[in-house]
Design a protein around this ligand. Sequence first.
Ligand SMILES: Cc1ncc(COP(=O)(O)O)c(C=O)c1O
Length: 356
Amino acid sequence: MVEFNFGVEMGYFRANIEKAKGYVPGFQPKETDVVKLNTNENPYPPSPAVMKAVAEVGAEQLRRYPDPLGDKFREAAAEVNGVGAENIMCCNGGDDLLAIAFEAFCDEERLAAYPVPTYSLYPTLAELQNCGAIEVPFDGEFNLPVKLAGSGAALTIVCNPNAPTGTFISAGELANLAEEISGVLLIDEAYVDFAEDNCVGLIKELDNVIILRSMSKGYSLAGLRFGYAIACAGLISGLMKVKDSYNVDAIAISAATAAINDREYFRRNVEQIKKDRGILTEQLRGLRFEVIESSANFVLAGNRDCKASEIYDKLVGRKIYVRYFPVPGLGNKLRITVGTSEQNEKLISALKGILG
Ligand SMILES: Cc1ncc(COP(=O)(O)O)c(C=O)c1O
């Protein structure tokens, strides 16, 4: 495996880049005979309509630059979310929107704030943008921390459902937070397709709310790289100034549009994952795991008798990959993506073997 060599100081980069650790993505094994439950991909293939749309992309579409705004997708996403096309901006994955937001709102004097533990890309982006990051700890039940509202940050981010806990904060609480802060509130809804509610309604009342959506999870398109922002028209036009002119390509626009339009396939797929999430949660609890109730396509679980690191290593030995984060607050927990029923069964029977 070719590995990046992070952490070499050469003197050519800006000081903050020299010092930055760089984001470490979840392990992507090259072998195919593994049970891969470590990066929250959807275990099912994308809609057949997506494969058809990809096959229909013509040479002329590849010869020319793509639509810079991806209007076909914006219109489809607007319809699905009950907003206007002017409220949507296409992105090269949700991560693209996060990078755009840090660039648009943050600098040395304009800080970012977010509750922790959360998505580990936020501190990396703060390092790259050279803005301070105010990390406000969640309480033991992952409620919205009261102190977040008073941080004075230019960009406040709340991941909802949160990663890696899977916990959900109500739209009402986030509306109050948006009203209390002076800057922008970005609600990272990468996993919202697996939750019972979402915050899209907030953008109609509040001109400082940006919703992040990803096509990687609910729509099985992690390999395509497509996400989008939902916000008031003013925020969208500001963000458009920052994005790359052609940040989504012609194939991606066609495929993502086909995916978001196939509502029936999406609903069936998501319902299956939610059902399997419930079964997996109960089975893990039966094996003496404490499992936080999840609104996402993963669960966070810690075993009462055995160290997470030990379980992780033994699972790797059986070619089963989950995610282990050795970070404060998550010390003894594993994040497990909900797979197909068969993959989940393989995990459970491996855990039975490991835990005796
Ligand atoms: C919390 C969170 N936000 C955003 C993303 C970005 O997703 P993508 O760039 O694949 O759309 C991820 C990906 O895992 C995530 O976990």
